[in-house]
Design a protein. Structure first.
Length: 221
């Protein structure tokens, strides 16, 4: 198996507090690897270290080529609700090619529409970000993480505030990305039942790796 993420001896701090200590982790190509554990256990901290937004000691190696994309869904999105930014404008901004109020090229619009369709968010394309519910925003953020299609998809509670239909859509999409497109998924989630349904392996994290992670759920069968 090819390792897409290799972490060795990862230690990180939140202020003076140790958030992660001597963590070793491998995430392999095409798997959905879950991260579970208590609040404050270091799950989001690990993702931030992986994405290069938080200093750490130890090593993180990514088995990605220069053109391989990383998709990311953060735990929360903070923005100025007074700005008149639609979902389509948000996509254009995130791709870094089109001014927010400029007309979007047909090819870009098609990519946006396809990604929104995959997460069940197509009806939201003309809505303002400030008008979206928490669950609708999670669907939009997941769709945005798919453009361009990533080789590594890093998700921090993507199903949070999503209704039952939305959660099923996300589960089905993650399984399809993993099985059919060999996208590697690193998934932080508090819902252990969801992890059991979709993950190949789950690692339990409470500042350190908690013994007992392994193959779980339907995705591993």
């Amino acid at each position: 198996m090819t390792a897409v993420v290799t972490i060795r001896g990862l230690t990180a701090r939140r202020g003076r507090e140790i958030a992660l200590e001597n963590v070793d982790l491998d995430v392999f190509e095409g798997e959905i690897h879950g991260l579970a554990g208590p609040n404050g256990g270091g799950k989001t901290t690990l993702l931030r270290c992986l994405l290069g937004t938080l200093p750490f000691s130890g090593t993180i190696r990514l088995g990605l080529g220069p053109r391989d994309a990383i998709g990311y869904v953060p735990q929360a999105l903070f923005f100025d609700a007074s700005l008149p930014i639609s979902v389509a404008d948000f996509f254009a901004l995130s791709l870094g090619r089109t001014p927010v109020f400029a007309r979007r090229a047909n090819a870009l619009s098609a990519r946006i529409e396809a990604a929104l369709a995959e997460t069940g968010a197509s009806p939201l394309v003309g809505r303002q970000l400030s008008e979206l519910s928490g669950g609708e925003l999670r669907r939009v953020l997941l769709a945005q993480a798919l453009v361009p299609e990533p080789r590594l998809l890093v998700l921090d509670e993507p199903a949070s505030h999503v209704d039952e239909d939305g959660s099923r859509t996300i589960e089905t999409l993650l399984l399809r990305l993993s099985r059919e497109r060999r996208v590697t998924v690193l998934l932080v989630e508090h819902d252990l039942a969801l992890l059991a349904r979709v993950c190949t392996r789950v690692t339990f994290l409470n500042r350190r790796i908690v013994p007992g992670d392994g193959a779980v759920g339907k995705a591993a069968s």
